[in-house]
Design a binder for this molecule. Structure first.
Ligand code: ATP
Length: 275
């Protein structure tokens, strides 16, 4: 996927104000950013669902604004609430959508992969919110997509279902599926993404790996310990010397913690700085 100078204007205002992106095959790429930053607009242009005002976009070798049904069949989209109103069973719905694709997975296999085998004969409208999201995921992957767009895919999942979903996404990526993930869950982005970009006010304000985004890996470490009953904290670039000194001084290190900024800390400071 290659995007250069992407812009989208609504009524004279820029929702996307010049975005450049490159995503390689098999990569898990995550877009982060506050509400209204322009993520959905960007992703919908990449999916071919929205027209752009300016810029060059290539997705699986084609311009999504002009690509036809053969291109569309190579792409999977996990839409929120795609399956919500259905009066069909899980098997019927997944089997029905499979029929739109030239080389789909078997419906039963996909239903098992998303953890819904026990519910395969239940009507979708009787499922819980998290179970319906799993149906959405099943519909997104049934067509064996080369590129999968996930928009806040785990909203409403219980913790165990989230972990299972993460494993599923890693398996898909390991098999060569390219994944574009939009999420507000920074732990999810950190767990899954090879690279991520933070979007604010229609622009990319930072891009990198979860470990290095926004200079995170070079940020100071916060070292905390208890000394003679008093809590102590120091901020240092490299904690090695400090810890050597504490060992030398015979400090009690059973309370020692070393923390660096979390991805959420880094994200919030990037967003704050962009305002
Ligand atoms: N169809 C539209 N007409 C006019 N303005 C729009 C339209 N769609 C989006 N916008 C505006 O474009 C900006 C970007 O919206 P977008 O939905 O892309 O944000 P987002 O980053 O996906 O936000 P969220 O995290 O809330 O989903 C917002 O200011 C929004 O109000």
């Amino acid at each position: 996927m290659e995007v250069t100078g992407l812009r989208k204007t609504y009524g004279g205002r820029d929702a996307v104000a010049g975005i450049d992106l490159v995503v390689a095959r098999g990569e898990i790429f995550s877009l982060l950013g506050p509400n209204g930053a322009g993520k959905t607009t960007t992703v919908e242009i990449l999916e071919g669902h929205r027209r752009r005002t300016a810029g060059d976009v290539r997705v699986l070798g084609e311009d999504p604004g002009r690509a036809g049904s053969a291109w569309r069949a190579r792409i999977g989209i996990v839409l929120q609430d795609a399956a919500d109103a259905a009066d069909l069973t899980v098997s019927e719905m997944v089997g029905h959508v499979a029929g739109f694709y030239p080389d789909p997975h078997k419906a039963g296999e996909v239903i098992e992969r998303v953890g819904l085998s026990e519910k395969r004969n239940s009507k979708i409208r009787t499922l819980s919110g998290g179970q319906r999201r799993r149906v959405d995921v099943a519909l997104g992957i049934i067509g064996r997509p080369e590129l999968l767009f996930l928009d806040e895919p785990t909203t409403g999942f219980d913790p165990e279902a989230r972990r299972q979903f993460w494993d599923l996404i890693r398996t898909l990526a390991a098999d060569g599926t390219t994944i574009v993930l939009t999420t507000h869950y920074l732990d999810e982005a950190e767990a899954l993404a090879d690279r991520l970009a933070v979007v604010a006010a229609g622009r990319i304000v930072a891009e990198g790996t979860p470990a290095t985004l926004g200079g995170r890996s070079g940020a100071e470490a916060r070292v905390s310990w208890v000394e003679n009953g008093t809590a102590r904290t120091e901020q240092v670039t490299d904690p090695t010397d400090l810890i050597r000194r504490l060992v030398h001084d015979g400090a009690d290190l059973s309370t020692l913690t070393i923390t660096r900024p979390t991805l959420e800390d880094t994200y919030l400071s990037l967003i704050g700085a962009s305002r």
